[in-house]
Structures are given as C-alpha cells and as structure tokens.
Design a protein around this ligand. Sequence first.
Ligand SMILES: Cc1cc2nc3c(=O)[nH]c(=O)nc-3n(C[C@H](O)[C@H](O)[C@H](O)COP(=O)(O)OP(=O)(O)OC[C@H]3O[C@@H](n4cnc5c(N)ncnc54)[C@H](O)[C@@H]3O)c2cc1C
Length: 73
Amino acid sequence: MPIGSEGYRTAEVTLGGVDTSGLNSRTMEARTVDGLYFIGEVVDVTGWLGGYNFQWAWSSGWAAGTAIAERTG
Ligand SMILES: Cc1cc2nc3c(=O)[nH]c(=O)nc-3n(C[C@H](O)[C@H](O)[C@H](O)COP(=O)(O)OP(=O)(O)OC[C@H]3O[C@@H](n4cnc5c(N)ncnc54)[C@H](O)[C@@H]3O)c2cc1C
C-alpha cells in the first residue's frame, strides 16, 4: 500500500488546474472570458501513465486550435 510519493523530483503528471466546468468542452474556451483558451497540463484533467496525458495535451490543443482558426476565418 502506498504511503507517500517521491515528490516533484520524479513527478510525471500533476493533479489540479483549471476547472473543466469553466470551459467549453468542444473549443476549450473559457465560458466567462471570450477568446481565452486552456489546454493540456494546465487543465484539471489527469490520465493514467502510458500516453493518456500526451493524448489529452494534443487533443485539447487540436480542439482549441481548430476553434481559433474557425473564428479567425
Ligand atoms: C518526466 C515526465 C515523464 C512523462 N511521461 C509521460 C508519458 O510517458 N506519457 C504521457 O502521456 N505523459 C507523460 N508525461 C506528462 C506529459 O509530458 C504532460 O502531460 C504534457 O507534456 C503536457 O503538455 P502541455 O503542452 O500541456 O505542457 P508542457 O509540455 O509542460 O508545455 C508547456 C510549455 O510552456 C513553456 N512555458 C512555461 N512558462 C512559459 C512562459 N511564461 N512563457 C513561454 N513559455 C512558457 C514550457 O517551457 C513548456 O515548453 C510526463 C511528464 C514528465 C514530467
């Protein structure tokens, strides 16, 4: 049974961050601030080790980038 961690020295992913309830899940744009986007590690999304955090970073980045391209035409 785990009794602790090795701390930030060996950490590979962190808990916490921008609350997903404050974001549009299709565009990653903040619900209350027009034109403000959050993606990847800064958002409160944490995956198992094995590629899920990379996938989240790339997928949320793609979603935000696509939305920004659409609005700027
Ligand atoms: C040791 C280690 C191993 C990992 N292994 C895996 C793994 O096997 N599989 C997996 O899925 N995930 C893994 N992760 C997690 C994964 O790397 C992250 O979830 C992912 O890289 C987050 O991407 P991001 O673009 O959101 O943030 P980051 O990759 O942290 O990119 C943020 C960038 O912003 C830059 N930056 C910061 N401040 C400023 C500023 N003021 N101005 C300009 N630029 C700035 C930084 O230099 C950095 O380049 C690992 C993490 C670590 C630390």
